[in-house]
Design a protein around this ligand. Sequence first.
Ligand SMILES: O=C(O)[C@H](O)CO
Length: 378
Amino acid sequence: MKIVIAPDSFKESLSAMQVAEAIEQGFRELFPQAEYLKLPMADGGEGTVESMVAATSGEIVAVEVTGPLGLPVQAFFGWMGDGETAVIEMAAASGLHLVPPQQRNPLITSSFGTGELILAALQHGARKIIIGIGGSATNDGGAGMMQALGAKLLDAHGHELSGGGGALAELACADLTHLDSRLADTDILVACDVNNPLCGEKGASAVFGPQKGATPEMVAQLDAALRHYGEKIEQATGKRVLELAGAGAAGGMGAALSGLLNARLQPGIDIVTDALKLADAVQGADMVITGEGRIDSQTIHGKTPIGVARVAKRFDIPVIAIAGGMSTDYSVVHQHGIDAVFSVLNRIQTLPEAMDGAYENVKVTARNVAAVWKTGRG
Ligand SMILES: O=C(O)[C@H](O)CO
C-alpha cells in the first residue's frame, strides 16, 4: 500500500514537514508496512521557500531587510539548485507574523522589505525569481516593494508617498524610469496564495484587511485607495489589473508585480506541485492525505488541499484532509476533490492548548483515519 502525505503547515504551530511526520506516525500504527511518501507543500505563502529549496537541493540565503513597520528584520530567500533561480516568500520580509496583534495597521504597514529581498536576489545573480505572495501584514498594493526597487510614487505636489495602504489614495504619478535595470532581464513568476481581485467585496481589503488589523472604516478607505492605485497602474502601463485574478493577493501586491513588473501570476499551489512533481509522486498511490491549519470555504480559492486534491483526482485517488480546525461552511471542498475532512480537535480546548498539542492531535486523527480505512478494506 502506498500513501502520499502532502499537507501544508498548520500556521503558527507545525511546519508542513511536522504535519506530514505526525500523519505518518499515526498511520504507521495500523499500517506499519505501507510505503509513505512525505511531500511538505505550500501555496505561495509561508513554507514555500523551504519546500522549493528542499525539492532542488538548494540553499537558504539570509538577508536583513526593512519590516512592515519600518524596523529591521532578519529575512531570507531561497537559492534553487539550478544556480539561477531565487525563491522569495514575501512573508519573510512583510509577513503578518512580524507585527504584534496590537500594532497591526494596514494603513501604514509597507512591503518595502520585499523589494529589498528582490534586490538581494538580483545581487546574488538571479535570472529568474519565483515570489510567493501571501501571509502579508500589508495592504499597500506592493507600493513599498516598488519604491525599494527604484520606482518613484509621487503625490500631486511631487512628493514621494509615505509607506502603507492609506497613502495610495494620494498617488498622482508612478515614475518607473529609475527602476533597477536588472529587472528588465529577469523572469518573474508569482505564486499567489489566493486568486482574489484587487478591489470590491472579494478584494484584498475586504477579505484580508480585517486579519491585518483593519476596522470596517479602514477596509472602506483601503479599498478606495487600492482602486485609485489600480486605475493609475492601468493608465500608466495599459495593463489591466483591476479585474485580474490574483491581483488582490498579499494586499494587492499581485497588481504591482503584474502591472508594473510584467510578472506572470499563477496559483502558488500549481507552482509548488509542479516543482515537487506531485503528479509523478501520486501515481500508484492508494490514498493521498493533505491538510491545513483550517479548512473552510476559503480553502477552494487556491489553498494547498485543493491543489493537491486536483492532482490526485487526475488519477482517481481518494483524498483525505486533516485540518487544525474547520468551519461550518467547509463542505464546499467536497466539490473540489476532497473526499473527507477530519478536524484534529477531539475535545474543547483553548487555542494555546490546541497549538501545544497539535502534533499529538494530528497523529491521533491520522491513526483514526487509518483505522476507518482498515475497517473498510475488511
Ligand atoms: O497576504 C494576504 O493578504 C493573504 O494571504 C492573501 O494573499
